[in-house]
Design a protein around this ligand. Structure first.
Ligand code: 13P
Length: 251
């Protein structure tokens, strides 16, 4: 059966010193709580990956927030999947709306990044979601289906089974406006139906679909109670250890 996952996305926040403190606090809280049945992931900037991996050991997975779409060579400023892997990290967040919007992250690039991540043994956390106008004009189901199909449906069923999905409606990211529990479940059920049509019931049942967008300790329980919401991708609330822990323990 699919995993329950709570993943933090620190985005471009925290110096190394601050990141070490925060990762230590999260690790202590997770250890003390003896969390069972929920995979906890911390997505840090590249420069934190090695240090954070040393702090969290095996208890918590560490994610990069992007990777290069080439393996190595003359690509100044880029970070390859093998470099990420060598820090001890197990995950890579791909296709975040901020990268799609500000850094021209196209589906063509994402196809390459997903392929390289899987080849290197990293688990992609693949993000997608509609903007407000698309929801208001009732195009949100088509947009989400298109993003998933364009980025992932070239994969074999076996490879697709290694990917974690994250539905992040752009209008809910960093706005304080979360999708309602019903809106989240409606979209997650639609995504699972889309996966059934493409890969069959078993693959769809085993795929974790996370919700992201203003998820907080106060709304996580209601969101995670939905049959097709398998956890969260958490931005702002992952920058405070107690808040992040509050979300982890919402299952
Ligand atoms: P917030 O939780 O700050 O809305 O961010 C969500 C997000 O973008 C996680 O990737």
């Amino acid at each position: 059966m699919r995993k329950k996952i709570v993943a933090g996305n620190w985005k471009m926040n925290n110096t190394i010193e601050e990141g070490i403190v925060l990762a230590g606090q999260i690790n202590d809280l997770v250890e003390k709580a003896g969390i069972n049945g929920v995979d906890v992931v911390i997505g840090t900037p590249f420069v934190h990956l090695t240090e954070v991996n040393k702090i969290v050991g095996d208890k918590i997975g560490v994610a990069a927030q992007n990777c290069a779409d080439e393996t190595s060579g003359a690509y100044t400023g880029e970070v390859s999947v093998s470099m990420i892997k060598s820090t001890g990290s197990k995950y890579v967040i791909l296709g975040h709306s901020e990268r799609r919007e500000y850094y021209n992250e196209t589906s063509e690039k994402l196809v390459k990044k997903v392929k390289l991540s899987l080849e290197s043994g990293l688990t992609p956390i693949f993000c997608f979601g509609e903007v407000l106008e698309e929801r208001q004009s009732e195009k949100h189901f088509d947009v989400v289906k298109g993003q998933i199909a364009d980025g992932l449906f070239n994969l074999s069923a076996e490879d697709f089974g290694k990917v974690v999905l994250a539905y992040e409606p752009v209008w809910a990211i960093g706005t304080g406006v979360t999708a309602s529990s019903d809106q989240a479940q409606e979209m997650h059920a639609f995504i699972r139906k889309t996966l059934i049509e493409k890969y069959g019931q078993e693959v769809a049942d085993n795929t974790s679909i996370l919700y992201g967008g203003s998820c907080k300790p106060s709304n996580a329980k209601e969101l995670f109670a939905n049959a097709d919401v398998d956890g969260g991708l958490i931005g702002g609330a992952s920058l405070q250890a107690e808040d992040f822990m509050g979300i982890i323990s919402a299952f």
